[in-house]
Design a protein around this ligand. Structure first.
Ligand code: NAD
Ligand code: ZN
Length: 356
């Protein structure tokens, strides 16, 4: 399967198939004098050799293995990578390959965006969540005061998604990624939630189903970013579930819950709010059941409503201290709504009461 994504600077292909790591050469259509692979310590033992061996005859290839985990999306690791690129003699015509999940994609992408004012880069996503992060051109590292605060819009020259690599990701990462697929399924018309709600995330999950859902999710994201690359308006819909999700994630401390698990809870809350706000009926129960069946965490420790509200105010959609949330007027009809503090707080309190 191959899609093409349009950006303001160029179009890039998103290729999704099995075994692509062995066919990488056919997607590199420039004679790069040097190729630099960035990957993490979990992915390296599994797939680095495959990628390296595929390229080594044709290109001068070097690589860095970065410690796995969100902590590596830091200014220190970023700067170390810069040093390594300079020492390896990578010049403006070089190519960086990001082999890994969203952490590597964001980090290597930001390196590529800023090294010598920008060198080409290819995303090779290896997680389900990375169907989201590898498409759309946002790259970033974290600041101690907040996630993704230092970044750029910098689209790759290609996204090469070898779905075979997904066979080794741990179950909680499958859950994390599928939450973003569920998100994409709910914000798009026609909604593809009906397709997702019957998916069970265990050994029975077939490759065919997974590929179908990944392609669908990527299509939704691609459609939205093509219309609004720089997040002036509708791209914000992709933040469905993220206002509370991000607040929970940072309140618990990173690593306690995966990104997708926190976002799933955020989506549940946003759906409840939507039902009340627009007096409509949404598949809240069906989504809750889906989460339960697939072992998403549905119990939270006691969290401070004040602190969650404070964190939600720091969300990048917030303007003039008014929290804005993406709600649904119906499945497939997202809308950005200014939330009134008092009632939001009340609803959050009662929501958290149910989640203890
Ligand atoms: P991740 O890259 O940290 O990967 C999760 C875990 O899975 C890591 O331990 C990793 O080593 C391991 N892993 C990766 N591929 C594997 C494989 N094939 N087999 C076995 N283990 C494997 O996290 P993620 O969930 O992929 O991405 C999260 C990151 O993505 C966050 O930093 C988030 O900010 C970012 N993100 C960015 C965007 C964007 O638009 N740029 C969108 C969403 C998320
Ligand atoms: Zn997300």
């Amino acid at each position: 399967e191959q899609l093409s994504i349009k950006t303001s600077t160029h179009d890039y292909p998103v290729v999704i198939d099995q075994g692509l790591r062995f066919k990488l050469k056919s997607f590199i259509n420039k004679d790069y004098p040097s190729v630099y692979i960035m990957t993490d310590s979990n992915v390296a033992p599994l797939y680095l050799d495959d990628v390296y061996n595929t390229l080594k005859d044709q290109f001068h290839v070097t690589y860095s293995i970065i410690p796995a985990g969100e902590e590596s999306k830091s200014s220190r690791v970023y700067f170390d990578l810069m040093t390594q690129l300079i020492e390896a003699g990578v010049d403006r015509d070089g190519l960086i390959i990001a082999l890994g999940g969203g952490m590597i994609g964001d980090l290597a992408g930001f390196v590529a965006a800023t090294y010598l004012r920008g060198v080409d880069f290819i995303q090779m996503p290896t997680t389900i969540l990375a169907h989201d992060s590898s498409v759309g051109g946002k790259v970033a590292i974290n600041h101690p005061l907040g996630k993704n605060l230092i970044g750029a819009f910098y689209p790759p020259v290609a996204v090469i998604y070898d779905v075979e690599t997904l066979q080794t990701i741990p179950f909680r990462e499958i859950r994390s990624g599928y939450a973003e697929i569920a998100k994409h399924s709910m914000i798009h018309t026609p909604p593809f939630w009906d397709q997702i709600k019957s998916v069970t995330l265990d050994e029975s999950l077939s490759e065919t189903t997974l590929i179908r859902d990944l392609i669908h999710g990527i299509n939704v994201k691609a459609n939205i970013v093509e219309m609004d690359e720089r997040e002036a308006n509708i791209r914000q819909f992709l933040n469905f579930g993220h206002t509370l999700g991000h607040a929970i994630e940072s309140e618990l401390g990173y690593g306690k819950m995966t990104h997708g698990e926190a976002v799933a809870i955020g989506m549940l809350f946003a759906m409840e709010l939507s039902e009340q706000h627009f007096s409509v009926s949404l598949p809240v129960d069906a989504f809750y059941d889906w989460m339960k069946r697939n072992n998403y965490p549905l119990n939270l420790p006691r969290l401070s409503v004040n602190r969650l509200m404070e964190r939600m105010k720091r969300d990048k959609k917030t303007k003039n201290a008014t929290i804005k949330m993406v709600l649904l007027k119906a499945l497939g009809e997202p809308i950005l709504v200014d939330m009134e503090d008092v009632s939001l707080r009340q609803q959050l309190e009662s929501f958290l009461e149910k989640m203890v």
